[in-house]
Design a protein around this ligand. Structure first.
Ligand code: ADP
Ligand code: MG
Length: 480
């Protein structure tokens, strides 16, 4: 399968669950995981005669998002009824926004793996209520309906069709995920459905200015699934077109077990939602003073933080981008960096050693068994030459498995570096005396043998000799 001659076009629609305590139009709780149907009140059920009351906090969060992506916030936005029939939607319509969404055009900056940056347009973000859930297990041939999620506030963030590969789409999605967590408007939990994505994909002949027919793959709840589903769609569509067929505009579902997408409904069966303004809800009017307050409350956002990490700590753009991907990771790094002389040393350890262990044990930074203070304590021992960087890795591993702080481990395992020149000189002399053959080779110009001598000295000191001192003394004494 080759993509030669084709250009890929991707636009994403992301549902971001807002972490308000109560629903968007009722006082029922939004907490995840409660017993079925214990968190749905008459309003969420759409009982006759009830009236929705807008949750101010949901509006605040949506506007906060809009400000963070540099978007126009509508001074007046309107809720609309979107009609469709589904068992998890008892009202027969979803309250959403249509013609006048709260957040207009904005943009998100993404950084790709090769370090290049792109700006992706956000078309709009609108407020809406979530639906309930159908439950297919435990009811024999029937299904159950759990309406706890009905009425949970969402923003749907719609991107421009500006992404050109699955990798770009994932970078966009990760940036959006990072941003809503920085803003503390969403918990970002993808397994629980707090952050889910529909991917619109089409292909067109390279150089063409018209878009090809797209498909929309629904409800992708992990970054990996998004990447796989998009790549599957790209290949499938190119296959169809290259064998003379036409791509059908349709909604598709991704199957994580097979890595494939399949038809869910085609355009012919598409709903006519018959949108109209909800007569039960007033338009939302936001004044400049309200937005000024929200603007002043915005935290330092990922891009600004990454720029500061580069200028303040001398980090590369790539390292700064990784360290600022989550606020927790950025805070961890800064806490460690503030306690050592060399911030880059702290960055390297957080990214490589700590990052590797967290990955291996599938832990979040907030669950790290080594605190930022403890890591700084270890780095301080590298900086004051108590241990070498290599020994520090052994100490790190011991700290990770609970053997105590750096000083405790160094003491208990006798890892203190030998810096005493006299002691190292004696060992260097012994090694030279015991390896006359190699000494001859070295003196005859075979410089590679030098590494052998370093190795022998390190072996004799269990890696504890100060490496700089070993190098200096070996050079001196091998001169003969
Ligand atoms: P709808 O409301 O029917 O889903 P929209 O026009 O609002 O349609 O588009 C939804 C998403 O699809 C947007 O993210 C948009 O960028 C994307 N999109 C539109 N046309 C294409 C296309 N030809 N290829 C890929 N994505 C597209
Ligand atoms: Mg859509």
């Amino acid at each position: 399968m080759s993509m030669q001659g084709w250009e890929v076009v991707i636009g994403l629609e992301v549902h971001v669950q807002l972490k308000t305590r109560s629903k968007i139009f009722s006082g029922a709780a939004t907490a995840y995981g409660a017993e079925a149907n214990t968190q749905a009140c008459a309003i969420d059920l759409g009982m006759p005669g009830v009236l929705p009351v807008l949750n101010r906090e949901a509006v605040r969060m949506a506007a906060r998002f809009g400000l963070a992506i540099d978007a126009e916030i509508a001074p007046r936005s309107v809720f609309a009824r979107k009609h469709y029939f589904y068992p998890d939607l008892p009202k027969g319509y979803q309250i959403s926004q249509y013609e006048l969404p709260i957040v207009g055009k904005g943009h998100l900056e993404i950084t790709l793996e090769d370090g290049s940056a792109r700006s992706i347009g956000v078309t709009r973000a609108h407020l809406e209520e979530d639906a309930g859930k159908s439950v297919h297990e435990g009811f024999g041939k029937a299904s159950g309906i759990d309406l706890n999620r009905a009425g949970t506030p969402l923003i749907e963030v719609v991107s421009e069709p500006e992404m050109r590969s699955a990798k770009e789409a994932v970078a966009y999605l990760k940036k959006l995920h990072s941003l809503v967590r920085y803003l503390e408007i969403c918990d970002g939990n993808m397994q629980e459905g707090s952050f889910r994505c529909d991917a619109n994909v089409s292909v067109r002949p390279a150089g063409s200015s018209e878009f090809g027919t797209r498909t929309e793959t629904k409800n992708l709840n992990s970054f990996r699934f998004v990447e796989k589903a998009i790549n599957f769609e790209i290949e499938r569509q190119i296959d169809v077109l290259e064998s003379g067929g036409k791509v059908v505009q349709e909604t598709r579902l991704y199957n994580p077990d097979t890595g494939e997408t399949r038809t869910m409904r085609s355009k012919e069966e598409a709903n006519d939602y018959r949108y109209f303004p909800d007569p039960d809800l007033l338009p939302v009017e936001l004044d400049a003073a309200f937005l000024d307050v929200l603007r002043a409350e915005l935290p330092e956002l990922p891009d600004a933080k990454a720029a500061r990490f580069q200028s303040e700590y001398g980090l590369s753009a790539e390292d700064a981008a990784v360290l600022t991907a989550s606020r927790e990771l950025a805070d961890y790094f800064e806490a460690a960096a503030s306690r050592v002389k060399d911030a880059k040393l702290a960055a390297n350890w957080v990214l490589s050693e700590l990052g590797g262990y967290l990955n291996r044990d599938d832990l979040e930074i907030t669950e790290s068994p080594i605190s930022s203070d403890a890591l700084a304590g270890l780095l301080a021992r590298i900086e004051d030459n108590t241990i070498s960087g290599k020994i520090a890795k052994e100490v790190f591993e011991a700290m990770w498995s609970g053997e105590g702080d750096a000083d405790t481990v160094i003491e208990a395992r006798g890892l203190k570096q030998i810096t005493d020149a006299g002691a190292i000189a004696r060992i260097v002399e012994e090694v030279i005396a015991a390896n006359a053959g190699q000494v001859e080779q070295y003196r005859a110009g075979k410089e590679k043998v030098f590494g052998f001598f370093v190795g022998q000295v390190m072996k004799a000191t269990q890696g504890k000799a100060n490496p700089a001192e070993v190098n200096r003394l070996l050079k001196e004494k091998l001169q003969g």
